[in-house]
Write a protein that binds this ligand. Structure first.
Ligand code: 5RP
Length: 227
């Protein structure tokens, strides 16, 4: 069985939750890619929908697949948003932002009636503990870093791999990846980080649990988690 099978099972199951006429938030990453593939297949069979992409990567993929797009300003209320995650806890709180698309992903998640998160088993954890991506204004990078250091943990500005220097987000921001260790109170930490002047978005998504469905793919199929 390929490593991609869990992502494909989860992504396809998420796309099957889309009804005709819906505005669909399209997250970013390698698992959402399968949801878009299946959405395009369903559109060839007659489904109609419009996608709101959360990144240049997703917009480019959607165009290649023939999925019509709108901006969040054109379509500010979404029936469903489909996205990946870096980690998910039992209360369906998330860490997101490995792909540096966290700000638009949080805007789209907030605007959606329903948030469907597609992951494999390896993303599930009893406590959120992976590093937290934080999008910041380049202007305030040093002051935000100093404030984070006073909160504890450690981290650094994300560097590009096919580019010299820092990763610049689709919004012109930088990303600081910060390790806090296991997080006792994700709601509190999310709001503490987002209160630091210069922070655009913290990659902790603690406020969407009630409207979240998590689809967990494995080698043989998928299972569904809700609160
Ligand atoms: C991008 C994200 C992604 O949704 C998250 O990193 C999961 O990606 P993948 O499905 O490739 O593991 O938050 O900013």
């Amino acid at each position: 069985m390929s490593d991609e099978a869990p992502k494909r099972f989860a992504g396809y199951a998420a796309a099957d939750l889309v009804d005709s006429g819906m505005v669909v938030g399209l997250g970013t990453g390698s698992t959402v890619r399968y949801a878009m593939e299946r959405l395009a297949e369903r559109m060839r069979q007659g489904l109609t929908c419009v996608g709101v992409p959360t990144s240049h990567q997703t917009a480019m993929r959607a165009r290649a697949l023939g999925i019509p797009l709108a901006s969040l300003n054109d379509a500010p209320r979404l029936g469903i948003a489909i996205d990946g995650a870096d980690q998910v806890d039992p209360a369906l709180r998330l860490i997101k932002g490995r792909g540096a698309a966290l700000t638009r992903e949080k805007c789209v998640a907030a605007a959606a009636d329903r948030l469907v998160i597609v992951v494999d088993e390896g993303k599930l954890a009893e406590r959120l503990a992976v590093q937290v991506p934080i999008e910041v204004l380049p202007f305030a990078c040093a002051t935000v870093t100093a404030r984070l250091a006073r909160m504890g943990g450690s981290g650094r500005v994300r560097e590009g791999t096919a580019k010299d220097g820092p990763v610049v987000t689709d919004n012109g921001g930088l990303v600081i990846d910060w390790s806090f260790g296991p997080i006792d109170d994700p709601e509190r930490l999310e709001s503490e980080i987002e209160r630091i002047p210069g922070v655009v978005t913290a990659g902790i998504f603690s406020g969407f649990g009630k409207k979240t469905t998590v689809i967990v793919g494995d080698d043989a199929g998928y299972r569904v988690l809700t609160r």
